[in-house]
Each structure stands twice: as C-alpha cells, then as structure tokens.
Design a protein around this ligand. Sequence first.
Ligand code: NAD
Length: 351
Amino acid sequence: MKKRLCIIGFGGMGYGFHYHQTVDHDLIELAGIYDIAESRVEKAKKKGIYTYSSLEEVLNDKTVDLVTIATPNDSHLEIAVKCLEAGKNVICEKPVTMSCAEYRIMVDAAKKAGKMLMVHQNRRWDADYLAMKKIYESGEIGTVFNIESRVHGSRGIPGDWRKEKIHGGGMLYDWGVHLIDQILQMVDSKIETVYCRMSHITNDEVDDGFKLEMHFENGVDALIDLGTLNFISMPRFYMQGTTGTAILKDWSDNIQVGSCREWYEKEVKPVLAGSGLTKTMAPRDDVTLEEYEIELPKSDVYDFYRNAVDVIEGKADQFIKHEEVMRVLKVIEASFESDRLGMPVAFKEDC
Ligand code: NAD
C-alpha cells in the first residue's frame, strides 16, 4: 500500500520539489499539505490538494505515515519532534538543525518513537559530484591531493528568511551543508583541521559566502568556495591528482581530464608568460599529456523517496545516515568557530 505523505511547508521546496517528486509516485500518495501562509494554502487548494488547518490536525491524522518538513531552518526541530512523537516518519529538509546538540534531540525522538528520520541531502544525486567522486575513487588521475568545489551566483543572498540569523539563514547553512556532505562522502579519511572565512558583502547579519578549507589525515586538501557576488563563475569542480587533473566547468558539462602518460619530455620549450619566459609553467606536449572528456553519469533523485519507503517497511538502511549528518553539522560548527577566531581549528571527530 502507498505511504500517505503530508508536506509541511508548501513554499519553494515543498511545492517546487517535494510535491512534484511525489504527486505521481508509485509508492507514495499525497494526503495533503500544511502551511501557515494563506497564499500557499490557496495555491494548494487550487490544485485540489487537501490542506490541513493546523499541525495538530496532521499529527492526529492516523492515515498519515510520513511527513516532509520544508519550512525555514529554525523551525525544523520543533515540528520534527512533534511529528515523531505522534508516530510519523519524518523526512526533513537540510540543514536539519542549527547544531549537533539539536540534531541529537531529533535523533533521540526518532529512536524513542521507532520511526524513520531522514534528512533530504538530495545533492548526493548530483551528477557532477558523482562523476568527480568516481574519478577520486578510481585512481584515474593518480592519488588525489586537492579538491576544489565551487558554487557561484551573482544576486547576493536571497531576500527571504535566508538573510536572517534567527531563521538559520546564511550560505554556510544553505549551500555549505550540501557541499560539505559531498566532500565527506568522497574523502574517506579523518578531518584534521577546518579553516573558514565568511563574507558579509551584501549582508551583515549572516554570511553571503564563504571559503572553507578542510585538511584530511590522508593528505587531501579540500576547498569549498561559495560566493553570491560572482559575475563570472569559476569552474564547479577542480581536482588534482599525482598523475592528472580533472576539471568540470559547469554543472552539466563533460569533465575535462588531463592525464600525464610519461613524466619526462624530450624537450621543454620556454614560453612567453607576461613579460617573462618560463619553462616550469610551459604547457606539456601531447606525447606526455593525454587530454580527454568524461560524460556525467545518469542519476535519479527519485531514489531518495524510494529508499525512504523501503526504510519505513524495514527493507533497507537509510541512504542518509545520522552519523553522516552529524559530522556535517560538526564541520559547520567548526567553521563558525574558525571564522570567529580568524584561524584554522583542530577538528574533533568524536565530540
Ligand atoms: P520557502 O520560504 O520558499 O518556503 C517555506 C514555507 O514554509 C513557506 O510557504 C512558509 O509559509 C512555510 N512555513 C513557515 N513556517 C511554517 C510552520 N511553522 N509550519 C508550516 N509552514 C511553515 O523556503 P524554501 O526555499 O522552500 O526552504 C524550505 C526548506 O527547504 C529550508 O530548510 C531550506 O534550507 C530547504 N531547501 C532545500 C533545498 C534542497 O536542495 N534540499 C533547496 C531549497 C531549500
């Protein structure tokens, strides 16, 4: 039987994503939505969707198996705990909570209720990230020692609750939570240090961008560079290994790889660079360097809800695990601390 879902928060993500993901789902049936804004309720009614008049009505509806929480970040904790205590399975938007301590409360509530709690880290299905992860793991460019992940926009921070601290605004919470998660899924090693500098060019209250460096025990350096005042963007991904380099210019481009076939060249001719000559920085010849492209893989984010249903039925482990979510939140906490101190901080994996 299909799982009956209530979407709580019918805004950009609740309507724009979760409604469209689940409306014709083979395993899920939409019971209705709940939103505090009249305009969103009207929108749902016009679509013929049942609208709950209060959270209590959702909690008391025994036919609802699952809720998806897509409200502003600061409201997730209270809503999720109430839903779990009422015996609902919960999918919660990211960032699930504002801190590790809050997430622990949510996880405890889920364990006590014996219900599923899964965070919507949908960017684990991003094809660009999956392709780079494959290159990292396959050894295609040798042993990777540097990863740079960039997301750039030019319109500043969105003008809604995201620009307000009280609602858990700022780009580290908004995008950082995805990009950190991707790096942690890629690099299977302990984090030694975290260094983060946030920008406040368009907004004093919360960060409108950040540069976050993580140094891992296995020697890998990862940089996450998020900016909202970039009128020309930098490449989405740049990865260096001991025998090659991979670059992805834009979300759905092919990846360009430069792979070193032989280290020694017969002759390196100096090239003009600015007002001087250089051999060190001269491009390699095509005998020692092979250049080619890799297409992005197909991926299906619909698998998130398939997994959620399997978890509820006890048929699978959840894709997005509590310890993974907790580790991302720890990196976020360390990033705030590093920005406050203006220096790198040691990362405690087991706090
Ligand atoms: P939004 O402002 O567009 O929508 C939020 C909706 O929640 C609004 O309709 C608002 O009226 C409603 N709401 C607020 N408080 C409520 C409450 N207490 N009970 C019921 N409804 C309430 O915001 P959004 O962009 O849809 O973001 C919502 C969540 O989704 C955030 O946590 C955000 O970080 C997340 N998000 C995730 C992704 C992703 O890729 N996973 C993308 C965008 C947003």
